[in-house]
Design a protein around this ligand. Structure first.
Ligand SMILES: Cc1cc2nc3c(=O)[nH]c(=O)nc-3n(C[C@H](O)[C@H](O)[C@H](O)COP(=O)(O)OP(=O)(O)OC[C@H]3O[C@@H](n4cnc5c(N)ncnc54)[C@H](O)[C@@H]3O)c2cc1C
Length: 380
């Protein structure tokens, strides 16, 4: 029989909630993790074969946070005996002046972090990666620390690890109501009624639906985004993950690509090019036009890759106005922590955000690099 009283209840078993449950269970807390769908479902933000891991950020704070998270991913790998983070190396490149400014900021952040990088001008770039068709003005930064993590596998590993440490995980159980309190928060689901001293709200695109119980609404906008795989037309061996990097192209619409683990094919996507919607209207419908826009991009920049497309998939970004995350305690509720607004780049940090949430509830502060993620910037 399930006891209904917990130290901490975590709402949402996406990347952030699963990581928080694992970190809290590691500390010996009595944890309940509640998820409205099945574990590792595809209706939120965390599913599929790959997410980019990188220190290569324009903002040093994220580079430092990623550096801290790498250590935590490695710890989880040891605990679970599963390989999660695969380092492949990656380039950030641009041709136009604004894009190159971003690339130089990445270089600067990597330099300040003290991590390795190489600056590649057009000639070196062309020699090392002839797959790209770039103009003579192109500039790239190569980071050997860039890699890939499988989000579906990671959710399963974090949830199973949390369970192994004693956490209770209830999936297919939607939270219907929160009764806030500074002492004992009450959670009412479709099936049960629970109580806990502390609460974590990590429900991705559904955040404002639950914040209403705290009379709070954050400036979060949900967008539907899309990725698709392309097979090369020729020179297949040049597109294996041994021969082709993870890449990010800074231009008007940031474009990125990740080599597949299964065959010479690349997953490609536009960053922040989707349409806004209410999460209840999200039906995972593929936009064919976006696939053709990506093919046109490839024809110009990576012509040998503009072949057959497959495996198109939709996904949710929960965007803040500045695209920085929200990881904090709720105003007036020191026993309630929130992780939201991951704006399409949060997965790599999830293991560390889980730790930060646990630290915030324990001490009101964290050794994780989260100062720039305070909720206060959006409260008037
Ligand atoms: C196409 C795409 C590409 C991306 N690429 C990268 C990348 O390369 N690198 C990177 O670092 N990040 C990347 N991201 C971003 C990253 O995946 C997200 O930032 C991260 O997965 C967000 O996790 P989350 O836990 O906040 O949300 P989610 O994973 O959506 O989790 C929220 C969970 O809460 C549950 N929930 C909601 N309401 C309730 C309720 N009432 N009761 C119970 N449960 C509830 C939901 O069902 C869901 O499971 C990408 C995102 C997308 C969409």
């Amino acid at each position: 029989m399930l006891s209904n009283n917990f130290d901490v209840i975590v709402l949402g078993a996406g990347a952030m909630g699963s990581a928080a449950a694992y970190q809290l269970a590691q500390e010996g807390k009595k944890v309940l993790l509640l998820e409205q769908f099945e574990i590792a479902h595809s209706r939120g933000s965390t599913h599929g074969e790959s997410r980019i891991f990188r220190f290569a950020y324009t903002n040093l704070a994220y580079a430092e946070l990623a550096f801290q998270c790498k250590e935590l991913w490695r710890e989880l790998e040891k605990f679970s005996n599963e390989k999660l983070l695969t380092i492949l190396g990656g380039i950030d490149f641009a041709e136009d002046e604004i894009g190159k400014q971003n690339v130089l900021e990445v270089k600067n952040a990597l330099k300040q972090l003290g991590s390795e990088f190489e600056e590649l001008g057009f000639k070196e770039l062309n020699k090392r990666y002839p797959q790209f068709n770039l103009s003579k003005s192109a500039l790239a930064i190569y980071s050997p620390d860039t890699g890939v993590i499988n989000p579906t596998q990671s959710i399963k590993v974090m949830v199973n690890s949390a369970k192994r440490l004693g956490a209770i995980v209830q999936d297919n159980e939607m939270v219907k109501e929160i009764r806030p309190s500074k002492e004992l928060v009450e959670i009412i689901t479709e099936k049960n009624h629970y109580k806990a001293s502390n609460l974590i709200i990590s429900v991705g695109g559904w955040t404002n639906k639950l914040l209403k119980y705290f009379d709070l609404e954050l400036p979060l906008q949900v967008s539907q985004e899309q990725t698709v795989y392309f097979r090369p037309i020729r020179n297949h061996q040049l597109f294996t993950r041994e021969n082709f990097p993870v890449w990010i192209n800074y231009q008007g619409n940031i474009v990125y690509g990740i080599p597949s683990f299964l065959e010479p094919a690349i997953k490609v996507g536009f960053h922040h090019s989707g349409h806004y919607l209410d999460i209840i209207d999200y039906h995972q419908q593929i936009n064919q036009e976006k696939i053709e826009q990506l093919r046109d991009y490839l024809k110009q920049y990576i012509p040998d890759l503009a072949g057959e497309d497959f495996g198109a998939s939709t996904c949710i970004y929960t965007n803040t106005p500045d695209h920085d995350f929200l990881v904090d305690l709720l105003p007036n509720y020191p026993n309630v922590a929130i992780a939201a607004g991951f704006s399409g780049h949060g997965f790599k940090f999830s293991i560390g955000i889980g730790k930060a949430l646990s630290d915030l509830l324990n001490d009101g502060k964290s050794s994780m690099r989260i100062e720039h993620l305070s909720i206060r910037r959006f409260l008037v």
